[in-house]
Design a protein around this ligand. Structure first.
Ligand code: ZN
Length: 79
């Protein structure tokens, strides 16, 4: 079995109880699912988008990630 270098995929628990899988190479959200174990097939199938990799290398995705985090925290319902 060939060993290919694969990116890591940390999981994030969202306020609504769903899980996101984040690619550590291109910083994309690979999938959002209700059960954490459902992330694995999407992680296996994920291929980094070359354009996104370029944007990450240029530093522009940091802003996108920060914006995404801010947007997800805004979805918290105060009650
Ligand atoms: Zn990726």
């Amino acid at each position: 079995m060939a060993h290919l270098s694969r990116p890591g995929f940390p999981h994030r628990l969202n306020p609504d109880g769903s899980y996101d899988s984040i690619c550590t190479v291109c910083l994309a959200t690979v999938a959002t699912v209700r059960k954490e174990e459902q992330l694995y097939p999407s992680e296996l199938a994920h291929l980094c988008d070359p354009l996104r990799l370029y944007q990450v290398s240029q530093g522009s995705t940091a802003l996108a990630v920060r914006t995404k985090w801010a947007a997800s925290s805004c979805s918290l319902d105060p009650d």
